[in-house]
Design a protein around this ligand. Structure first.
Ligand code: ADP
Ligand code: GLC
Length: 489
């Protein structure tokens, strides 16, 4: 039996407190899966206004003094609703008690003081990590996530005694890059201004703090772990990542089947499973009605949910729309993000109101209804570190159509002749990020949809896959032990 240890999970969003994407789902479900296996786990998150509103009862338990915040920073203790994981909210109202998102204002513009906000967050985490809260609690392992926690490993490296550090990279496209003068305004230790520390081509990179100073690095799928070591996906960091390859692993995200399960999802009209797939049709009816689409049951309904950013390859879908609409299908789309993508989708829906329904905004309930009501789910991502919606789609019998990249490549089995014959096909996969490749694959899917028995076999096979955290939470546990036993430096 190995020694029990304490874990501090540091993250900038967590379902159901505050969410912009998959990171929030992972924070919720991974900590819930780890809880029984570690001595004590604490999640630490900024006390955003939205998080304060959703957290339920909170108790101030400590007061910290950290550089960058004139006022003392309080730690508020509560529980993550649903999982019961203990959460510590870093309460610096000047930085976090605002309307808007965790990273941007209500108009979608990045908060101009993001560097200062996440530096204060990081410094509070460092105090907790080093046991300087007066609470008599300290972690053996700190698990940081993405650039918002990137300063933590860098600052901990300067401490004489520190916990083991694991850093997970959820998306290399977001690096927390700021102008050089920000480094001065944050009063960071001078030793960190170096190419082998936070400096990146004359700017300061929060992400590099994680990439360089963590004992172990992970990313959220085995394929993405390889991709980011190449210039195409590495944004200039591929050399550094390749240099750290010995300490870099890809661990595929899990899905939380407590939240995402058509057998008991409270947000959908009719419950079903792989043996009762015919009951799924009632969800399609409801969705069509809700979205104002004609109630044609045999017209394939394609769903898409996501952040409307370049990563997601929506431009590919827009390019193939005219050809795609030659087929008798419908499209249900939910998302928000870059204004020009939102507008292009709204225009398409306006021109084809009987065929395309677009909902701009963030809507958790509608996301569940699309997963349950659609026949196919589209993820033409240009890159996708893991992707959760294809995992949810598999569980909902909503056959995913994905590009072979990152976690999509690691979770969907193409309906090739071989996989169909072997009964292992779960979706449709295309290689090139081109309209032609997407259209070709969509047409393959539409052709198979016209063969209901075969289609049901694919959908049911997807539903039976196990992408729960059961398997992969243990990969993190093993890594936490390894990081403690053999730190990187
Ligand atoms: P990413 O993290 O890159 O956004 P993922 O597929 O990992 O992509 O996770 C996206 C998560 O965010 C899923 O839970 C998805 O349902 C949710 N989501 C994204 N956009 C919306 C939206 N507009 N409304 C509701 N949920 C959304
Ligand atoms: C990022 C990625 C997504 C991944 C999520 C959770 O936002 O874009 O692919 O699933 O993080 O790890």
């Amino acid at each position: 039996m190995s020694k029990p240890f304490n874990l501090l999970f540091a993250v900038s969003e967590a379902h159901p407190l505050i969410k912009t994407g998959g990171l929030a789902d992972v924070a919720y479900s991974l900590t819930a899966a780890l809880k029984p296996h570690v001595h004590e786990v604490r999640m630490v998150l900024p006390a955003y206004r939205a998080a304060l509103a959703h957290a339920g009862h909170l108790e101030p338990i400590a007061t910290l003094h950290v550089a960058g915040s004139d006022a003392p920073v309080r730690i508020l203790e509560g529980e993550v609703p649903g999982s019961g994981v203990k959460v510590w909210l870093v309460d610096a109202p000047f930085y976090f008690d605002r309307d808007g998102g965790p990273y941007s204002d209500p108009h979608g513009h990045d908060w101009p003081d993001n560097a200062a906000r996440f530096a204060v967050f990081a410094r509070a985490i460092v105090e907790i990590a080093c046991g300087r809260t007066g609470l008599g609690w300290r972690p053996d392992v700190v698990h940081c996530n993405d650039w918002q926690t990137g300063l933590v490993p860098a600052l901990l490296a300067l401490e004489s005694a520190r916990p083991a550090i694991v850093f997970t990279l959820h998306n290399l496209a977001y690096q927390g890059l700021f102008d050089a003068d920000v480094f001065q305004t944050l009063a960071l230790p001078a030793a960190l201004w170096a190419p082998e520390a936070l400096e990146f081509h004359g700017r300061v990179s929060f992400l590099k703090g994680g990439l360089i100073f963590a004992d172990r690095l992970t990313t959220v799928s085995p394929t993405y772990a390889k991709e980011i070591q190449t210039p195409e996906f590495g944004y200039g960091l591929e050399g550094l990542l390749a240099h750290r390859a010995r300490h870099l692993t890809g661990i595929l995200n899990g899905a939380d089947y407590g939240v995402w399960n058509p057998a008991h999802d409270p947000l959908i009209a009719a419950h079903y499973g792989p043996d009762t797939l015919h009951l799924k049709a009632a969800n399609k009816d409801v969705l069509q009605r809700q979205l104002g689409l004609p109630q044609i049951s045999d017209a394939p309904l394609l769903g898409l949910i996501g952040r409307l950013v370049e990563q997601k390859g929506i431009d590919l879908l827009l390019s193939v729309l005219p050809a795609l609409l030659q087929h008798p299908l419908q499209i249900a789309l939910l998302g928000s993000g870059e204004k020009h993508i939102e507008q292009a989708l709204l225009d398409a829906a306006k021109h084809h109101p009987q065929r395309i329904a677009v909902h701009i905004g963030y809507n958790e309930a509608l996301a569940h209804r699309i997963e349950a009501g659609a026949d196919m789910f589209l993820m033409p991502s240009r890159f996708e570190p893991c992707g959760l919606n294809q995992l949810y789609s598999l569980r909902y019998g909503t056959v995913p159509i994905v590009r072979r990249t990152g976690g999509l490549a690691d979770s969907v089995m193409d309906a090739s002749a071989t996989h169909l014959k072997a009964g292992t096909a779960t979706g449709f996969v295309f290689d090139d990020a081109t309209p032609a490749a997407l259209l070709h694959t969509l047409e393959r899917a539409l052709a198979l949809f016209r063969k209901p028995a075969q289609w049901r076999t694919i959908a049911a096979c997807g539903m039976r896959q196990d992408f729960s955290w059961n398997k992969n939470a243990s990969a993190y546990l093993a890594l936490y032990r390894e990081a403690q036993a053999t730190p990187a430096a």
